[in-house]
Design a protein. Structure first.
Lengths: 366, 284
């Protein structure tokens, strides 16, 4: 299968500024791959290097095993959907879509047929003669997709193509885009700063920060098993607890928090010293005050927020950490108000020790 | 003066000042045009409407060889100036837009120099150049055309670069991404998108050339390289005749029609979204 992209120690410097510092990534053929991260993390620069608009300072970009790092963009079998779509304003929809076909060996009739086919695929039949400014944002986005896909690229690069759409309109395009990718089977490399978008659509994601990849893998794995503090914090909502890792019992790490002991099964359990422990709000259990048992901590409710389908409790836990707990709205009264005390149950299979804190890093090296 | 006090709406003195200014700037021109149609030699007292200074038997633009040759020469110079300055300016603008590195800043500033250099200084400098260094070419049409192109190019560069900045690099990148080599990116994307700016600058260069006096005067060589502006200057005080008003009127109409055409084509090509640029052109 065609469409595999491998990045090998890819580096891009602008004068003294390092935009991308040594990325290694495998993007398997036919998959929906997403690079996600805050602005300035290097994701767009990486995408532009794959497209050929930027030349890497060093490193290799392998497209199906061939290094294309220094091939100009018009000779790469890779196409881009730009953030602003960059539809040619002086050309009609059909002429925009047919623009690149001039460089493919095809007769006029073939070209016409290809344009008609791809416009049908993106549900824009009948819009051939319109100019880009006569289309809605969503339609423009589909023209941009059609213009790139009609060339049957091995890889399609998408630079936040949903960013220009109204947030309320974005859910549908997310689903449509994923469906389109499955249908055409082309490798999609998608760039976004929206973690929800990344988790919804991708077969595989790479979380980027400060010019490097923090963690890559299937979205569920990255969400469930964040390896670093940054990933835990960036994907979804995380509760972070400062603790001291003192030893291990079986496959658990013992953590000391405010003179109490917690056991954590997940993450860097062999770490010792000052660490951060992390737990997702949906995994925190709320129990009546005074409940005793493993991994229980007393706390005081600071806020109880009604969010429709569920309720969020913000609890100040013994030791000072603020813990968010999600309680589903099952019709029963919540039973806790601001100022109430309760017990938090942090199940050991949901509690994770994070590498990435300085203490953990030195430990790993030794 | 009660109508001036309008506490709720916009202050009325602003439109009042604008109207006074417009009248002040239009009235002299209107008077000059009016007396081009005077049925008499006077340029101060109205003696009835006539076309005699345009098409009459004696002393009219149509029948006075010196007026006719001036008009012809003016138009020839304007056409040469547009034909040379516009392609040159577009090329320079494209080049400068891309040039990042040592020296680009200095060149960018230098490109603007002809816009701020007093024309007299430039005229004298060009005269010395043609007399001392390029004395093989001598003065006359070639020298006049080169002189006009020299300062007109800056206007083209400024207008086209403005448009290039608005367009951004994305369309060009998109074209490259779709497989277009540089030549096609230029012909299929950049030039069509620049068309409004190119037309606008052509209109402006044409008008500048017709209007130019100082440089054209310095680099002229005798009566057959006289332009309308030179003729007007030379005879305005010495031998006044409404035929000069007629000549000026013709030049004015040509200039206005050129600018109006450029403006209309610009609006048509640029479509929505470039109304601001169209307005800038309108101001010129």
């Amino acid at each position: 299968m065609e469409g595999q992209v491998q990045l090998e120690s890819l580096v891009k410097n602008y004068r003294d500024v390092v935009a991308v510092e040594g990325i290694d990534l495998e993007m398997p053929p036919g998959e929906f791959f997403t690079m996600v991260g805050p602005s300035g993390c290097g994701k767009t620069t990486t995408l532009r290097m794959i497209a050929g608009f930027e030349r890497p300072t060093s490193g290799r970009i392998l497209l199906d095993g061939v290094d294309v790092a220094h091939v100009p963009p018009h000779r790469r079998n890779v196409n881009t959907v730009f953030q602003s779509y960059a539809l040619f304003p002086h050309l009609s929809v059909a002429d925009n879509v047919a623009f690149g076909l001039k460089y493919h060996k095809a007769s006029k009739a073939e070209r016409k047929q290809k344009v008609a086919e791809i416009l049908e695929l993106v549900q824009l039949t009948g819009f051939e003669r319109r100019k880009p400014h006569e289309l809605s944002g969503g339609q423009q986005q589909r023209v941009a997709l059609a213009r790139a896909l009609v060339l049957r690229p091995r890889v399609l690069l998408l630079d936040e193509p949903l960013g220009a759409l109204d947030a309320r309109l974005r859910k549908d395009p997310q689903v449509e885009l994923k469906a389109l990718q499955s249908e055409v089977g082309v490798t999609f490399i998608f760039v976004t700063h929206d973690q929800e978008e990344a988790l919804t659509m991708s077969d595989r994601i790479a979380v980027m920060n400060d010019g490097h990849v923090e963690q890559a893998g299937p979205p569920q794995a990255v969400y469930e098993d964040p390896e670093t503090l940054f990933v835990a914090d960036f994907l979804g909502v995380s509760n972070l607890i400062s603790a001291e890792a003192t030893g291990s019992e079986g496959n658990c790490c013992t953590l000391r928090v405010a003179e109490r002991t917690l056991r954590a099964e997940q993450g860097a359990i062999s770490t010792r010293g000052d660490v951060k422990a992390m737990i997702r709000p949906e995994r925190v259990r709320v129990e009546p005050a005074g409940t005793e048992g493993e991994n229980r901590m007393p706390g005081l409710v600071e806020h109880a927020v009604f969010l429709g389908g569920f309720r969020e409790l913000r609890v100040r836990m013994l030791g000072g950490s603020l813990i968010k707990a999600i309680v589903p709205n099952d019709g029963t009264p919540l039973g806790y108000e601001e100022g109430d005390s309760l017990t938090l149950h942090l199940p050991q299979d949901a509690l994770r020790v994070l590498a990435g804190s300085p203490a953990a890093a030195t430990d790993e090296e030794s | 003066m009660r109508w001036l006090r309008n506490s709720w709406g916009r202050p009325r003195f602003l439109p009042a000042i604008t109207i006074v200014y417009i009248l002040w700037s239009i009235v002299p021109v209107a008077l000059a045009v009016l007396f081009a149609f005077n049925d008499g030699r006077s340029r101060t007292s109205w003696q009835g409407f006539s076309m005699r200074w345009f098409t009459g038997e004696t002393g009219s633009v149509l029948h006075d060889p010196s007026l006719q040759s001036a008009l012809e020469h003016t138009l020839i110079l304007a056409v040469i100036c547009v034909a040379v300055a516009v392609p040159l300016g577009v090329t320079l603008a494209l080049g400068l837009q891309r040039w990042r590195g040592p020296g680009s800043g200095a060149v960018n500033t230098l490109m603007l120099l002809p816009l701020v250099t007093p024309e007299l200084v430039m005229g004298v400098a060009l005269l010395l150049l043609f007399l001392q260094i390029f004395n093989g070419w001598g003065l006359g049409t070639t020298a006049q055309a080169i002189g006009q192109v020299t300062f007109a190019v800056s206007y083209v560069v400024v207008i086209v670069r403005g448009r290039l900045v608005t367009i951004g690099r994305e369309y060009e990148e998109a074209a490259a991404d779709l497989g277009a080599p540089f030549r096609d990116r230029l012909m299929r994307v950049i030039l069509p998108l620049l068309a409004p700016a190119i037309l606008a600058s052509a209109g402006i260069v044409f008008a500048l050339s017709i209007d130019d006096f100082v440089i054209t005067q310095y680099l002229s060589a005798g009566a057959d390289t006289n332009t309308v502006s030179m003729l007007l200057y030379a005879t305005a005080r010495g031998a006044p005749s409404p035929a000069l008003n007629a000549l000026a009127t013709i030049t004015l109409v040509i200039t206005l029609v050129t600018l109006a055409l450029a403006y209309l084509v610009y609006r048509r090509f640029a479509g929505a979204g470039s109304a601001a640029e169209a307005a800038t052109l309108g101001e010129v």
